[in-house]
Design a protein. Structure first.
Lengths: 140, 148
């Protein structure tokens, strides 16, 4: 009997004071492991394979990216070429789009040109608000 | 009707302690928030020099619909932490696309990768039918942009 009595002294309540500690511990764990969605970029939809369209040359504006990053602008119907820095592409494209809203911006990149030059030009094209973009490679 | 000095006294009836009993509730609330928003990293980050663009925008797509395709400084392609040969990309992507038609391929390429590489990859993606592509970029601030 005395043995049983001794047990009565232990509290039968769950200790609520440490609850906050447990919660904060878990909280810190999740705080440190959380990675928020940081998906950012320039979205583009590629054409389906073997889905080639015949486009009137007057609706195409070629932006030919050279290995050094300069851009050759060529209107589809004329042979006349203009060499510009990529910063000027937005302005040129805005003008062209105002004149012809069906214009397709054909970004034609040299195979040896670094990726960043192509992104710089794609950035300008996106900023100009062009909806119809075609990605090509020189020599294909 | 001037307020008597006792006007302040009345307040002292309130306890000045921070209620510690609600602490657990606050902590659990935050805990649940972070538990719900946490997504554990699935793949290793590759060490690449990002390209930046001013037109960068957030991709509103569920995480499970986004597949990262890394192209590192050595022009090696990585998908889900596996090195992939160029001609095998379509084979790898095709079953993933069949499983999930909503898939968006986020191309995370190093800034100095030659364009021929990107062209090969986009051709492979077209062959696999995955035509929704994002060129992952960092937001560009013109002022801090280094001269090329």
């Amino acid at each position: 009997m005395p043995i049983l009595n001794r047990k009565q002294r232990v509290s039968d309540e769950i200790p609520t004071a440490s609850m906050a500690d447990i919660a904060f511990l878990l909280l810190v764990f999740f705080l440190t492991t959380t990675v928020f969605n940081e998906e950012k970029g320039l979205p583009i939809v590629l054409p389906e394979e073997k889905e080639e369209q015949e486009v009137s040359p007057k609706n195409i504006l070629f932006l030919i990216i050279q290995p050094d990053g300069s851009v050759v602008v060529r209107r589809g119907e004329s042979e006349q070429e203009q060499i510009v820095g990529y910063r000027q592409v937005e302005g040129i494209l805005r003008q062209e789009l105002a004149a012809n809203e069906n214009l397709i911006a054909a970004i034609k990149t040299d195979p040896t040109a670094p990726y960043r030059h192509m992104i710089n030009v794609l950035d300008e094209v996106k900023k100009a608000g062009a909806e119809r973009i075609s990605l090509q490679m020189v020599g294909e | 009707m001037a307020v008597k000095a006792g006007g302040f006294k009345r307040r002292s009836g309130t306890s000045s302690d921070i209620p510690s009993s609600s602490m657990a509730d606050i902590a659990f609330l935050l805990l649940i928030f972070f538990m719900v928003t946490t997504v554990f990293r699935r793949e290793k980050k590759r060490d690449i020099d990002w390209v930046s663009a001013e037109a960068t925008r957030k991709i509103d797509e569920k995480r499970k619909n986004i597949l990262h395709l890394w192209i590192d400084t050595d022009s090696q392609v990585w998908i889900n932490d596996q090195a992939i040969a160029d001609q095998d990309i379509a084979q790898i992507i095709r079953p993933l696309y069949a499983e999930n038609r909503e898939i968006v391929i986020a191309i995370r390429g190093d800034r100095d990768v030659p364009y021929s590489k990107i062209n090969t990859i986009t051709k492979q993606l077209q062959a696999a039918g995955a035509v929704r592509v994002t060129f992952a970029t960092r937001m560009e601030q013109r002022m801090t942009r280094p001269r090329r």
